[in-house]
Design a protein around this ligand. Structure first.
Ligand SMILES: CCCCC/C=C\C/C=C\C/C=C\C/C=C\CCCC(=O)SCCNC(=O)CCNC(=O)[C@H](O)C(C)(C)COP(=O)(O)OP(=O)(O)OC[C@H]1O[C@@H](n2cnc3c(N)ncnc32)[C@H](O)[C@@H]1OP(=O)(O)O
Length: 225
């Protein structure tokens, strides 16, 4: 079981995690855009395997929560959406949240491309799903996504700054719904994609089953008052 860090030790490790994450995102971008020759690719593959071996020297299991995480608040430093340590996160930057509303910014990188020059539709769905969940959390509502409906109205382009807005729509028992949209920073009135999600908070017995084997109970996704 990975021991969760607190205080100064956690801050220091979080800074190092974020620094490695930024370096790896540069590497992923370089890797998906490279046109160097085959010998250059072979040398890079060997260097990448050396680096992986270096990181495997201290490794947690698949169900173990990272020592820098806060599973009660739901802060995941390797989240594929916003995690500062994730090589595959765009990453999404949350600017403000509270009272059932969230505003976030993102610039979708080449690694998350769908049609040439455009964000992959699954990436857009991922971003919308996250801000929907975050809006609900900011209103004290937990839960897992039960349904997600995405309407793609205009392309979301790579390399352009976009803004997401989300807000709680309804709350009833363990069920909550929220709405979100994505626009460009330069043209906030033209909606590019919209999302609507239903989130269901887990009953304690369902949470025990869903998160069986996870070392720190992720309270953020279970039933909340
Ligand atoms: C910078 C450094 C970091 C800083 C970061 C800081 C902070 C970060 C903080 C927080 C991050 C927070 C949040 C964001 C995180 C993640 C968001 C991602 C969310 C996901 O990625 S999540 C994964 C995908 N998701 C699943 O993996 C779900 C699999 N699934 C299930 O686990 C069950 O399916 C479940 C739980 C959905 C329901 O199961 P269940 O057994 O509890 O449900 P049950 O049957 O009791 O229904 C109860 C009531 O919901 C209604 N209901 C249920 N399902 C429905 C449906 N589909 N359509 C319509 N109604 C439905 C019923 O009709 C009933 O309604 P009623 O009560 O009225 O009868």
């Amino acid at each position: 079981m990975a021991e969760l860090l607190t205080g100064e030790a956690r801050e220091q490790r979080r800074a190092a995690v974020a620094d490695l994450g930024a370096a790896l995102r540069e590497l992923v971008d370089a890797a998906v855009r490279t046109e160097v020759g085959a010998p250059g690719l072979a040398a890079a593959a060997a260097a990448a395997r050396d680096l992986a071996a270096q990181l495997r020297a201290g490794q947690r299991g698949l169900l173990e929560v990272a020592s820098v995480d806060d599973p009660v608040a739901g802060e995941r430093w390797y989240s594929p959406v916003y995690g500062p340590g994730s090589p595959v996160a765009p990453p999404l930057l949350v600017d403000s949240e509270g009272g059932g509303r969230v505003t976030a910014r993102v610039t979708v990188p080449k690694a998350l491309e769908g049609p040439p020059g455009l964000a992959h539709g699954g990436t857009i769905a991922t971003l919308l799903d996250h801000v929907l969940a975050r809006a609900l959390r900011s209103a004290g509502r937990g839960g897992l996504t039960a349904t997600l409906t995405v309407t793609y109205r205009r392309p979301v382009r790579l390399g352009v700054e976009h803004v997401l807005h989300a807000e709680v729509a309804t709350t009833e028992g363990r069920r909550s719904t929220a709405r979100a949209r994505i626009v460009t920073a330069d043209d906030p009135d033209t909606v590019l994609a919209e999302g609507e999600g239903l989130f269901v908070a887990l009953r304690p017995e369902a949470a025990a089953h869903t998160f069986a084997g996870v070392d720190h109970a992720p309270e953020a996704w279970t039933a909340r008052p």
